[in-house]
Design a protein around this ligand. Structure first.
Ligand SMILES: Nc1ncnc2c1ncn2[C@@H]1O[C@H](COP(=O)(O)OP(=O)(O)OP(=O)(O)O)[C@@H](O)[C@H]1O
Length: 552
């Protein structure tokens, strides 16, 4: 019905995230993620477990210069999503597009240069046997940095020859034929030979007038004094460009500059990670991620391993760097107050799915997914309209190897839509949900040897455990006779060894849309947010209202 991220579709479930107020401060779309899935398949000849569906159908956009916070409890797939975006994990399905180019398979060299990742634990992510200088230079060496591009301005045509790290070639002035390197003609006065046109040429030689002028792109550790240019003028001038610094010197200087950028000094270059504090090590991790002048950083819980006093300084540093360099961040965190501080928008993830996405303040002020509500209820003074007790979710998240067939949150949802068939009290509904989880869990787990032997002998399977579970859950609760009959049937199925059928029987009798329908992304608020909760449809009570009623 809807493509949540593009906002195409009809009806009120159109996710119009592009019209939201936060969009006013965002740039163009940088990354588009569509129905992305990343599964870990560990099947071997001996093990037949299904794959772990770590990311299971995620769609969203990232806009230039924004910070998108990604939150959710441990194991919901945040890291896997971040790693898939930067090409460290292979996507199983779906697409990641950057400015319209498909980079899903991780093999796009240009995208590899433009993304970086900062990891949660600097102790694990930095090689203790390398000096800090070596660590920061590593990506430069791996990517063959620098390959300096040259543009010639002021003449219709010129030939460039380069030496050292300079990549020469034939260049054309705008309006002429396309250059050898395929730069589109007419785009600008300068056609660069290599390099990303967005970054501009590294060295520009202006031949207008009788002499020539040389300029060097600001971010390079190079001055014009270190670039020697000679011009052989003729009908078609030849420009020879020599860089006096060696590649090794340029890399060393770049590393020093990066370390200075993150607040470390020259003297730190030859030290080893274990000689630094946690905060300093994370600064090294950030310097390394910035080495290749990325546009986009995935920050995977970059401050959660640090002392609270250090966290604020690292967050400030990340904000400063973003403002200076115009970077786009995906900021993964479990601490919602950190996300509230740093993120323009927030995506809430549960069991491999993004269940709510929107402008941070709007999501905090009026969460429209019950999972977001439960997360916010745990933060005192979160500012959300929820003023009740903390909403504690029942049980543990389902296994990502066997997620529920409908809404992924249905098995724990405090606002689950109930079937009209029965008029039961909330604790009874919950007992029924939990009994179904018991059967689902049993169906998933391997039988014990004793259980297999009992099944082979035609004996009831672990009947006592089932009876105990039923007694625990329904002790003192009277069910209407039709409901009791359905529970009894399910119990009989489980005792005959068919836990899956037992769970299905309960779903058939007591389930609702939440158990069978995967919710679309519904636009909520003023269209600035999207929520994958069926309660967003017309005719249902709101999430907070329902939960408040049920928790009473
Ligand atoms: N390399 C792997 N092989 C198999 N399963 C994996 C692998 N990496 C992660 N998983 C599983 O994928 C699911 C998602 O894990 P992931 O680390 O992405 O979640 P997370 O939300 O980042 O968790 P945390 O906050 O604890 O880091 C989990 O069930 C995890 O056990």
């Amino acid at each position: 019905m809807t493509d949540p991220a593009t906002g195409t579709g009809t009806g009120r479930d159109v996710a119009a995230t592009h019209d939201d107020p936060a969009a006013a401060v965002r740039g163009d779309r940088l990354v588009s993620v569509r129905d992305l899935r990343t599964y870990y398949d560990e099947r071997t000849l001996l093990s037949r477990s299904p794959p772990v569906k770590a990311v299971d159908g995620v769609s969203f956009d990232l806009f230039e210069g924004e910070t998108l916070g990604l939150v959710g409890e441990s194991g919901c797939g945040k890291t896997t999503l971040g790693r898939t975006l930067v090409g460290l994990e292979d996507a199983t399905d779906g697409t990641v597009e950057v400015e319209g180019r498909d980079v899903t398979d991780g093999g796009d060299a240009e995208w590899q240069r433009r993304v970086g990742m900062v990891f949660q634990d600097p102790d694990e992510s930095l090689n203790d046997r390398q000096t800090v200088g070596q660590i920061v230079r590593e990506p430069l060496e791996a990517q063959g940095w620098p390959r300096l591009s040259v543009a010639v301005e002021g003449v219709p045509e010129a030939t460039v020859s380069g030496s050292g790290p300079v990549v020469g070639g034939r260049v054309e002035r705008g309006g002429g034929a396309a250059s050898d390197a395929g730069s589109p003609a007419g785009e600008s006065d300068a056609a660069s030979v290599t390099g990303d046109p967005d970054d501009g040429p590294d060295v520009t030689v202006d031949l207008a007038g009788g002499t020539h002028e040389v300029s060097v792109r600001e971010r390079l550790p190079l001055t014009t004094d270190e670039v020697t240019v000679s011009v052989d003028r003729g009908e078609r001038p030849t420009v020879s460009v020599r860089v006096d610094k060696s590649v090794a010197e340029l890399r060393r200087d770049r590393a020093e500059e990066l370390l200075a950028r993150v607040g470390l000094s020259e003297e730190h270059v030859r030290r080893y990670p274990h000689q630094f504090s946690g905060g300093q090590r994370q600064r090294v991790g950030i310097a390394r991620a910035l080495a290749l002048e990325p546009d986009f950083l995935v920050l995977d819980e970059p401050v959660s391993a640090l002392d609270v006093s250090v966290q604020a300084r690292i967050i400030n540093l990340l904000e400063e760097i973003q403002a200076d360099l115009g970077l786009t961040y995906l900021f993964i965190a479990h601490d919602l107050s950190v996300v509230r501080h740093i993120a323009d928008r927030v995506a809430v993830m549960y069991l491999g799915n993004v269940v709510e996405l929107g402008a941070t303040e709007a999501v905090f002020a009026d969460p429209s997914h019950p999972y977001t509500l439960s997360l916010l209820s745990a933060i005192p003074g979160s500012g959300s309209p929820w003023d009740g007790e903390r909403v504690t979710l029942r049980g543990t998240p389902p296994s990502p190897r066997d997620p529920p067939s409908g809404c992924p949150f249905a098995t724990r949802c405090p606002a689950k839509i109930r079937s009209d068939e029965f008029d039961l009290r909330e604790p009874t509904w919950r007992a029924l949900d939990e009994l179904r989880v018991v059967f689902r869990t049993r169906a998933r787990s391997e039988d014990s040897v004793v259980e297999r032997a009992r099944a082979l002998a035609g004996l009831p399977v672990d009947a006592e455990a089932i009876d105990d579970a039923v007694a625990d859950l329904f002790d003192g609760r009277d069910l209407p006779s039709a409901a009791q009959a359905a529970v009894d049937e399910a119990v009989d199925l489980a005792k005959s060894g068919d836990d899956r059928a037992a769970a299905d029987r309960l779903r058939e009798a007591f389930g609702s849309r939440c158990d069978t329908e995967v919710p679309d992304a519904y636009a909520t608020g003023d269209g600035e947010r999207e929520s994958r909760c069926l309660r967003c449809e017309d005719g249902y009570r709101g999430v907070a209202e329902t939960v408040a009623d049920r928790e009473r």
